[in-house]
Each structure stands twice: as C-alpha cells, then as structure tokens.
Design a protein around this ligand. Structure first.
Ligand code: FE
Length: 366
C-alpha cells in the first residue's frame, strides 16, 4: 500500500517537472514571437510615418469647402496631406509677415491678382522655376518674374433684368456712365478688390482721364449706397431694386445653375465689350511662400492645379473658367464661355491698384 502511494507521488513530481519544462518552452516561444511582433510593428510604424510626414500647408483666401474636391484628389494622388487655413487675403498676408521665418505656410491662394501683387511687394513669395507652369499658363496670367501664377479665370460681367432691359442697350463698361442708367446700377463698395481691379483694367484700356470722367458719372447712376457682396447685387436685380449690376461671373453662374425656384429666371448675364475693351478678366492664383519648408510639394500642387483634370473640376464645381485653353467643359459652362476676354497683362493691372483706389475715392464711390 505504501509503495503504491510512493509510486503515485513520484509520478506526480515527474508530471509537475514536465509541466514546468513545457511552460518554460512556451514562454520562450512567446518571448520570441513578441520580439518578432515588435520588430514588425516598428517596421509598420516607420512606413506609415514616412508616408504621413509629407505635408503641405496652404493659407487660402478661398473657402476650404470650395477647394475640398481638388484637395482630396491631390492628397490621394500624391499621398501628401494638406492643411488649409482660410481667411481674408490681407489677414493671411499679415499673418505670414508676422510669423516670419517660423511660418508654416507653404502657399498663399488668393482670389484676385491685386492680392498676389501685394504679397509679392511685401516680399513673402519666392521665385518659382517651373517650365511646365510657364508652358501651361498664358503669359498675361502669371507674374513676369514668376513670383505668382494664375490658376483659374473669372469675368466681371453685367447682369440685367430682362423684363426691363433689352440686351441691345448693353455695351462696354464705359457705357455704364450713360445717363440712361440713372438710379439703376447696383454694385458693391469701392473697398472691394474686384471693383478696384476692374477700374485698373479700364485705366489701362481707356486711359486715366477717360476713367476719371467715367467714375464721376457712374456713381450718379447707383440705385442705392453700395452694400453687400456680388450675390446681394444679383438678388437686388431680381427683386427690382435696380435694372443692372456688376458682378463676378461665378456667383451669377452658380445661382443660375441652381435656380430651381426660378427666382432669377428673368436675370440674364451680359459680357461687356466695346471697340476698345473686352470683358474684364481676373484670376484666382497662388504663390510659394519665401520661408516654405515644403517647396517641392508646393510646386507640385500648383502644377496639379493647372492639370487637365483639376482645371475641369475648378470650372465645373466652382463655375470659374479654365486658365488653359482647350479644356472640355460641361454644356452649362460652355454656354457661358463664349465671349471675348480683355487680354491685358494682369501684372500691369495689379500695379495700378493704389491709383485705382485713389480715383474711386476722389469720385466718391463709397
Ligand atoms: Fe469672390
């Protein structure tokens, strides 16, 4: 009986010993697995880090929501993450100046050539050497020293109440001074850069003395004290506050294309022109910041913006005109892209900005 108990006891120790050996082996294997797992994890982290470190910081005068489709496309295509800050162009220029060497900004995107010129004057841009940008963007829509580049076009057009105005009575910009329009023109204030650029373009085309005479009479034709944005002028024509308004094309085209309630059915667009000046064109454009830490990606982004694909999106989502010729547009945009564009050099136009502000001020355009 005692012997049986001893044998069982030995058996029990043997089993326990075997169990300990097995446990040790299992722990060894687990340790090895853990080691390999950590190596793999490290490797994966390294890969994802090397992908995510590619970034581009854009300070934009254009709302991010309007740029999103283009930003998404760029991010997916090049695996570069875009961070965008939106504000008014002047605020962004001041911010970049204050941030100096420490700025995160790689690009400044503006919606008027006047602001691009100002950024160049304030010395926050750097020269960009890109043959493809020079080849793709017409000369009059980029800086003569390659400090900024236009990426899309917009026209400053007349919209009119077709119940009250016959298209045949509409002519070029100078005709807006005609007394036939007394108390009937709607336009936003002279502090708006789109108006300043129009006056600059008129000064180059017609000469300063002609523009001075124009401004004096033009402001007498205002239907009301200038207020609101371009969309407000279109709504005011629709509601009968005035017969005609001066507005940027993309505001009108977007409202027209989305006019399901037919609220502006009777409001039509006219592209001003006479024998001297055709329809005034402005750009949205971009420059690379002098202290950019991602210069290569910044140039890649501008080149992307003028690619066939991006130009079509720009036009069809934002209702702007491509900066390049021969971009196939949808029917709606094609219908409104059949006009003659004033072809002055926008670098020259931008230099006139201060003088234009002064002329508008002297004339009393609020
Ligand atoms: Fe605008």
């Amino acid at each position: 009986m005692r012997m049986i108990i001893n044998v069982n006891k030995n058996n029990y120790y043997l089993h326990f010993l075997l169990f300990l050996v097995n446990l040790y082996e299992i722990l060894l294997i687990m340790k090895l697995l853990l080691k390999y797992f950590l190596i793999l994890l490290n490797f994966l982290l390294l890969i994802s880090y090397s992908y995510s470190k590619e970034e581009l910081n854009i300070y934009s005068a254009r709302q991010e929501v309007l740029m999103r489709p283009l930003l998404d496309l760029f991010e997916n295509k090049f695996n570069i993450k875009i961070n965008m800050i939106s504000a008014k162009a002047n605020q962004l220029i001041n911010r970049i100046l204050q941030e100096g060497d420490f700025t995160k900004a790689d690009l400044l995107l503006t919606t008027d050539v006047g602001r691009l010129h100002l950024a160049k004057e304030k010395n926050i841009f750097q020269k960009i050497d890109s043959t493809s940008l020079i080849n793709l963007i017409p000369k009059n829509y980029r800086d003569e020293e390659n400090y900024w580049f236009g990426v899309s076009l917009r026209a400053r057009i007349i919209v009119y109440d077709s119940n009250k105005v016959n298209e045949s009575s509409l002519k070029g910009y100078l005709d807006l001074a005609n007394s036939k329009w007394t108390d009937n023109i709607l336009v936003r204030s002279s502090s708006n850069v789109y108006n300043q650029s129009l006056i600059s373009a008129m000064t180059i085309n017609y000469g300063e003395s002609e523009v001075k005479k124009f401004l004096e009479k033009f402001i007498n034709n205002f239907a009301r004290k200038p207020s609101g944005g371009d969309r407000d002028q279109i709504r005011a024509v629709a509601s009968g506050e005035g017969d005609i308004a001066l507005v940027n094309s993309y505001y009108f085209l977007k409202m027209k294309n989305q006019d399901e309630g037919e609220k502006i059915k009777h409001v039509l667009g006219y592209f001003p022109q006479d024998s001297i000046m055709k329809t005034h064109i402005n750009i949205s454009g971009v420059g690379v910041i002098k202290n950019s830490k991602n210069k290569k990606n910044a140039i890649k982004f501008i080149e992307f913006l003028v690619s066939n694909e991006a130009q079509k999106i720009y036009a069809e989502i934002n209702y702007e005109y491509p900066i390049r010729k021969n971009i196939m547009l949808n029917n709606f945009m094609q219908k409104y892209n059949n006009f003659e564009k004033d072809d002055i050099n926008l670098s020259d136009l931008a230099k006139q900005n201060k003088k234009s502000i002064m002329l508008m001020d002297i004339a009393g355009w609020q």
